[in-house]
Design a protein around this ligand. Structure first.
Ligand SMILES: NC(=O)c1ccc[n+]([C@@H]2O[C@H](COP(=O)([O-])OP(=O)(O)OC[C@H]3O[C@@H](n4cnc5c(N)ncnc54)[C@H](O)[C@@H]3O)[C@@H](O)[C@H]2O)c1
Length: 277
């Protein structure tokens, strides 16, 4: 695709999946705004994209936990890059913990950043997308844990189911305006996700229900196969084609099918057990 003249805005653009998305859009000629809580990392992404692809870029330090911060970022992007055609609401923080040990603070933080952060991002940038009339897309980053839920990830998974529901609703509501919405379900990628989440957790949230055996328990429940944790650039290899085709769903891996199919079959069976009404 030729996206010259378009602008892609990416939250969580400071590294990992977000910067790989930046390379996808900049590689197609789009200008890119990298937004991240880590302002320096966002600036580095923007500088690398400008240097490698010769596209206009900008960056900003943004906390998706705050409406004022996300609103300010939208004004900044409009002033510097002139608008937004592709929006990737990609920030997510990870918080392990068994369902009976996750604290109120764990839940509040994860739901505020992952769910309300996604809602705030769309609310602040949707007017910019609506002001354009060309090819427009919104990408909502969920997780493969929506396809194959695992133990010890209750708050995170709940947040990713919530953003999936948000994306589904948004897709229906924006279809008539020609703004496509795709929910992305990434699988395991080599990123700083655990470290960046620890760094992003506000210092005044003192107590967490996470325990040392959470990661082991999760991996025992859903073992990760050899080669199944991939480079984010490899993970996004289909993204642009999926957006071009206006696919409702995009994945980064072809795994998790068996668990997903068991869940789908159980739902089919539940429907089959009932009559029409
Ligand atoms: N890495 C994986 O295996 C994996 C798997 C499934 C889903 N995901 C999802 O992919 C997305 C990107 O994660 P990643 O793996 O690239 O990790 P990452 O750490 O590289 O990116 C996450 C970014 O979000 C930023 N961030 C955290 N809190 C923020 C806030 N309040 N406001 C603004 N920015 C904030 C971090 O600074 C970081 O740069 C997340 O939604 C994550 O849940 C990752």
């Amino acid at each position: 695709m030729d996206l010259a003249g378009s602008v892609a805005v990416i939250t969580g653009g400071g590294g990992g999946l977000g910067s790989a998305m930046g390379r996808v859009f900049a590689g197609a000629g789009a200008g890119v705004a990298a937004l991240d809580l880590d302002a320096e990392a966002a600036e580095q992404t923007a500088a690398e994209l400008a240097e490698s692809f010769g596209v206009p870029t900008t960056s900003a330090g943004v906390d998706v936990g705050s409406s004022a911060s996300v609103d300010g970022a939208a004004r900044h992007v409009e002033q510097v890059l002139g608008g937004c055609d592709v929006l990737c609401a990609n920030v997510g923080v990870q918080q392990f913990g068994a369902i009976d040990r996750l604290t109120e603070d764990d839940w509040s933080w994860v739901l505020n950043v992952n769910v309300l952060g996604t809602v705030r991002t769309v609310r602040s940038f949707l007017p910019l997308l609506r002001a354009r009339d060309g090819w427009r897309r919104i990408v909502i980053t969920a997780s493969s844990s929506v396809l194959a839920p695992a133990v010890r990830l209750g708050a995170y998974q709940t947040s990713k189911f919530a953003v999936t529901g948000f994306g589904e609703t948004l897709r229906e509501e924006l279809a008539a305006e020609g703004i496509g919405v795709t929910v992305l379900f990434p699988g395991g990628m080599i990123t700083r996700h655990l470290d960046s989440s620890a760094e992003a957790r506000p210092a005044d949230l003192t107590r967490t229900g996470a325990q040392e055996d959470d990661l082991t328990a999760m991996l025992e429940h859903r073992p990760v196969g050899e080669g199944d944790v991939v480079d984010p650039d490899h993970a996004v290899r289909n993204l642009l084609a999926d957006l071009e085709a206006d696919e409702p769903y995009s994945t980064t891996h072809g795994i998790n099918r068996a668990v997903y199919e068991q869940r789908r079959d159980a739902m089919d069976a539940a429907l089959d057990r009932m009559g029409r009404s």
